[in-house]
Design a binder for this molecule. Structure first.
Ligand code: PSU
Ligand code: MN
Length: 302
């Protein structure tokens, strides 16, 4: 495994010393946000993690090398280069054997984080069961990864581009705990509420770290979803954003968008229709998740 994985020297040192480390994904950089906001956000997220006492490890694939701890130059490259592949679990062998670049999704970031020994990962939103999955079978590989890879993913819940109810059913079947940070309700990314309950409402980073320690001590393999609601002041109006998401979903169907293109298409469409308001909310919720992830990592390292 070692020959394929490169851990940056500061991340390696932190891991060897038992210091808190937080993994970050790169699909959000290459496919989730436009340049230059994507790079600015990614670098700011790293700052937030450092200022909360942990070491950031942005994960991606460059020239076929799995990297845990991209440099700021590499983050800039991932953000401004067009045509970088979106890489999930199934794409890793090809991208590595062909020596290509890849932006890692939640699933592939979890895989590389686990290889490196990183337990906590912050992002915006996870993939899930898409609306209409009864016929399309479009279920994100992120959910399967959560069932088997031991990394906790701090996110702002699931976007309503997904079928949130079915996503929760899937996670329940796969034994993935869904924790709400100071909330009984699963947040819906741009909004603090979705109408669906989380499994457990957790009041502190310590409580979350304690649960993770028990889960992994008991060898109950797999991940945990930590759902952190977007701060009130940045949350969007629910009926406004729901209407836009409905439009985007219909347009994706009409255009026959499928497979790995669906999520990036929907995200870009939402941003286009809201004229950038959704991007501002997206950036703020990622900052909020980075802070909580660092706090959990600090508790877990104690
Ligand atoms: N949801 C977001 N922003 C994102 C993604 C999801 O709000 O950037 C990205 C993540 O990288 C996630 C991936 O892992 O999309 C899921 O894609 P798919 O549905 O094709 O599995
Ligand atoms: Mn999909």
């Amino acid at each position: 495994m070692k020959e394929y994985l490169h851990i940056s020297s500061n991340v390696k040192k932190a891991l060897e010393d038992g210091k808190p480390v937080v993994a970050l994904e790169s699909t959000i950089i290459s496919h989730g946000m436009p340049y230059p906001q994507n790079v600015e956000t990614a670098l700011r997220v790293e700052e937030i993690i450092r200022s909360n006492g942990a070491v950031p490890a942005t994960i991606g694939i460059i020239n076929g090398k799995l990297i845990a701890g991209l440099t700021s130059e590499e983050i800039d490259y991932m953000g401004k280069t067009s045509g970088i592949a979106k890489v999930s679990r199934r794409d890793i062998p090809y991208i590595v054997s062909a020596g290509k670049d890849g932006a890692t999704t939640v699933a592939s970031t979890m895989i590389i984080a686990e290889m490196a020994g990183i337990k906590i990962f912050a992002t915006g939103g996870i993939g899930g069961v898409h609306r209409g999955a009864e016929t399309t079978m479009d279920v994100s590989a992120d959910l399967e990864e959560l069932s088997q890879t031991g990394v906790a993913v701090v996110c702002a819940g699931a976007k309503s581009i997904l079928d949130i109810g079915l996503t929760l059913e899937y996670l329940e079947t796969k034994g993935v705990p869904v924790l709400g940070y100071k909330t009984d309700e699963l947040p819906a990314f741009y909004t603090r509420k979705s109408g669906f309950s989380v499994d457990y409402n957790m009041d502190s980073p310590k409580e979350i770290a304690d649960l993770l320690r028990v889960k992994w001590d008991l060898e109950l393999h797999g991940g945990v979803v930590v759902a952190n609601p977007i701060p009130e002041e940045f949350s969007m109006d629910e009926s406004f954003i729901t209407g836009i998401i409905e439009k985007a979903v219909v347009e994706a169907q009409e255009k026959g968008i499928k497979g790995k293109d669906t999520t990036p298409f929907l995200l870009a469409k939402i941003k286009e229709i809201t004229g950038g308001d959704s991007l501002a909310a997206n950036i703020e919720l990622v900052y909020n998740n980075a802070k909580l992830a660092a706090q959990i990592a600090v508790e877990l390292a104690k």
